[in-house]
Design a binder for this molecule. Structure first.
Ligand code: FES
Ligand SMILES: [Fe+2]
Length: 405
């Protein structure tokens, strides 16, 4: 009997054992009749594992940015809800992602960010891999001082590489290699943004080394950050200062089809200025839309902000069902704006501005997390006018789950 129960416990649960599938189908109703995702999607451990394997691993998910591994040999471990990965920049400056596990006895290869000279060396028996993941050394594999074995084929034991694509410095991975090609995946957004930036303009962004990064630890499921980012409805209540310069009516909804992204745009963006100093701007920005800025969540886990004079990547590292680390990376157009001494104060202010806004949002998303412990909550309702992009994200999650079922 005990064995039976232990077996039940260890087995991965199916979606229908975790939540009521009917509730997922109902999210696809018209917005005025739809309820949102059920509580289990925010509170249940079995759900978290299911979501990792069937959403994060199936999709193009974000695990970092290229500028955090700028030099050849720069290496970082990343933990995707328990799946250990390695991010590395190889000798051709290409970013690669590998599963962080030695092919020999399964030792976890890397625990800290570092710069490696030539190889990723396993601390256990010193098997070593080059930066392309090839197994290049197997010391004493055939006995003392015998480093080869004809019974062992090195070429079949390289590191396992993850399908990876870099777009605007963002590192996307598709762990299960089953998503559509990234170029096709990102095309609807690139077409939308072609009125602001060309493909060549994408290459102009430079990460700021001084005020280009901060992170926030949030006691909330990652999805609440996306849901909140998709709507401008909360501007008057959560961001009263921002609301004075850019209110709900200055915003518009963004809903990508096919459903891969959603968010909001503003028509009242004002470039930061100090004295007569301003950041450089994108060269091909539509002249009739100089004050437009767009805030888009690219599902599942990255929120991006495009302005005429800067770009940011606010990406989410889920760390538990109710915990998320938010990483903010800020970019400017060209190195003068990103790293020049003259604009340092302006960068500091801009970073502070975004940090204050994102801190205000923390109270919103933690409040939703706390509410989800209520057994009577039914997924809630959407404003038929103000919550359309948020509803779009719920549909994306629900349909991703239904497709995997
Ligand atoms: S486990 Fe890595 S070398 Fe043995
Ligand atoms: Fe907000």
């Amino acid at each position: 009997m005990l064995i039976f129960y232990v077996g039940q416990y260890l087995k991965n649960k199916t979606l229908s054992e975790i939540l009521d599938i009917k509730k997922l189908n109902e999210i696809n109703k018209p917005i005025e009749a739809a309820n949102g995702l059920p509580n289990e999607c925010y509170t249940n451990q079995d759900y978290l594992k299911y979501e990792r394997d069937n959403v994060f691993c199936h999709k193009w998910a974000v695990v970092g940015v290229g500028s955090s591994i700028q030099n050849v040999g720069d290496t970082k471990p990343y933990n995707l809800l328990g799946i250990p990965l390695i991010l590395i920049r190889d000798k051709d400056m290409k970013i690669r992602v590998f599963h962080n596990v030695c092919s020999h006895r399964g030792f976890k290869l890397l625990n800290e960010a570092c710069n490696l000279k030539n190889v990723i060396r396993c601390p256990y028996h010193y098997w070593s891999y080059d930066f392309k993941g090839n197994l290049v050394a197997t010391p004493h594999i055939g006995g003392l001082n015998i480093h080869q074995s004809e019974k062992f084929d090195k070429t079949k034991n390289n590191l396992k590489e993850v399908k990876t694509k870099i777009w605007m410095d963002i590192i996307f991975v598709n762990i299960n290699s089953n998503e559509i090609e990234f170029e096709e995946y990102i095309k609807p957004l690139e077409e939308r943004w072609s009125k602001f930036i060309s493909k060549d303009d994408q290459k102009l962004i430079v990460h700021s080394n001084d005020y280009g990064y901060f992170n926030l630890e949030v006691k909330s499921n990652w999805k609440f950050a996306i849901e909140n980012y998709c709507e401008s409805y909360h501007l008057p209540t959560i961001h009263p200062e921002l609301n004075k310069v850019s209110n709900i009516n200055d915003h518009y909804h963004i809903q990508g089809l096919p459903n891969r992204f959603a968010g909001q745009g503003s028509k009242k963006y004002e470039q930061p200025v100090k004295g007569n100093k301003k950041f450089k701007t994108f060269p091909n920005w539509n002249k009739d839309m100089l004050k437009n800025s767009e805030y888009i969540a690219l599902f599942p886990n990255v929120m991006i902000g495009l302005h005429i004079d800067h770009f940011y990547v606010f990406w989410l590292e889920p760390t538990a069902i109710n915990k998320t680390r938010e990483h903010m990376q800020i970019y400017y157009i060209g190195n003068y704006s990103a790293n020049g001494e003259e604009l340092k104060d302006l960068r500091k202010e801009n970073s502070r501005f975004w940090k204050d806004v994102m801190l205000e949002d923390v109270s919103a998303i933690e409040g939703m997390q706390n509410g989800r412990n209520s057994p009577v909550y039914n997924g809630g309702n959407f404003s038929p006018v103000m919550d359309q992009p948020t509803h779009q994200f719920h549909k994306w999650v629900a349909n991703s789950l239904l497709d995997s079922n």
